[in-house]
Ligand binder design. Sequence first.
Ligand SMILES: CC(C)(COP(=O)(O)OP(=O)(O)OC[C@H]1O[C@@H](n2cnc3c(N)ncnc32)[C@H](O)[C@@H]1OP(=O)(O)O)[C@@H](O)C(=O)NCCC(=O)NCCS
Length: 312
Amino acid sequence: MNGLKLLATGRALPSQTLSNDDMSRYVETSDEWIGGRTGIRQRYFCAEGENATTLAIEASRLALERSGIPAAEIGCVVVATSSGEYVMPSTASMVHGALALDENIPTLDVGAACAGFLYAVEVARGLLLAGGRRYALVVGTEQMSSVLDMTDRTTCVLFGDGAGATVFELDTEREYVSVQGTRSDMAIRSGCPSITQKVPMQMDGQAVFRFAAAIIPKCVQDLFAKGGRTMDDVDWVVCHQANERILDASIRRLGGKEKFYKNIDRYANTSAASIAIALDEMNEQGLLEEGQRIVMVGFGGGLTWAGIMLCI
Ligand SMILES: CC(C)(COP(=O)(O)OP(=O)(O)OC[C@H]1O[C@@H](n2cnc3c(N)ncnc32)[C@H](O)[C@@H]1OP(=O)(O)O)[C@@H](O)C(=O)NCCC(=O)NCCS
């Protein structure tokens, strides 16, 4: 119990769309190769003036408006990102300022790569429980284009930029089950360990594929075991969108094909933003209804994973 009711969602996308054909201006590749191996058809990249902060603020403003909750009642802001505009100050603190939230609340960023959004939900729930407040703003935002090596065709075609935001309400009567895990590994890495040694995205794609295809079924089965549920009890499975073939391999192991939401064709891998963007799309299409049981699974660099099963 002590679950989270999903009150509202929002998403924000950069103004530039790049098709797979557009990517072949940077590297030797094709729509056939990218589409066939990953399911990706296009991605958004930030243009001048757009970044993980601007996207997070836009998505958060939408989610907050739609929730109908006064800004002063938001009890914490947790932002998942691995490509924030700054390491310091946190993106969460800038969202807090832009939305003029109450001064006496915690704001922080969570770095758990593509699993980040679900870690952020878990942290936000803990903060609400500890702080006695009811509402949390939880965001996933990424400018993956800022860490990509646009000469490396094995990585640059896979990622995109975007943000998704959610407003949750703590509800002591609502079901909530979560699992997390880590398998320390450098199979995906990026960032700026020092000013003189910037590290663009590097990845052992096949190792990550094997990890992801195994970890989604494990995570879902661990949630079911912990919560005493089966796939029959679930309305939706919303996984991090990294590769359609990873999702299909998981579906073959788990069943429930019609319950898995997919949108990687339009966004590519938006890392910590992907699950929140998917939730907002689903909401927009009227697919989410109060009381539904949803399973969410995130996985990525670290290597980390996280699963949450909740009734929205
Ligand atoms: C990256 C990935 C799509 C590569 O697919 P793959 O079937 O493993 O392909 P390989 O790495 O074996 O490469 C096959 C060939 O395609 C080539 N290739 C790689 N990227 C290419 C591209 N964008 N366009 C065209 N050819 C490409 C390779 O150079 C290789 O050529 P070679 O056989 O002449 O050496 C796949 O491994 C994957 O999706 N991994 C998971 C990555 C991921 O989702 N990470 C994030 C997790 S959060």
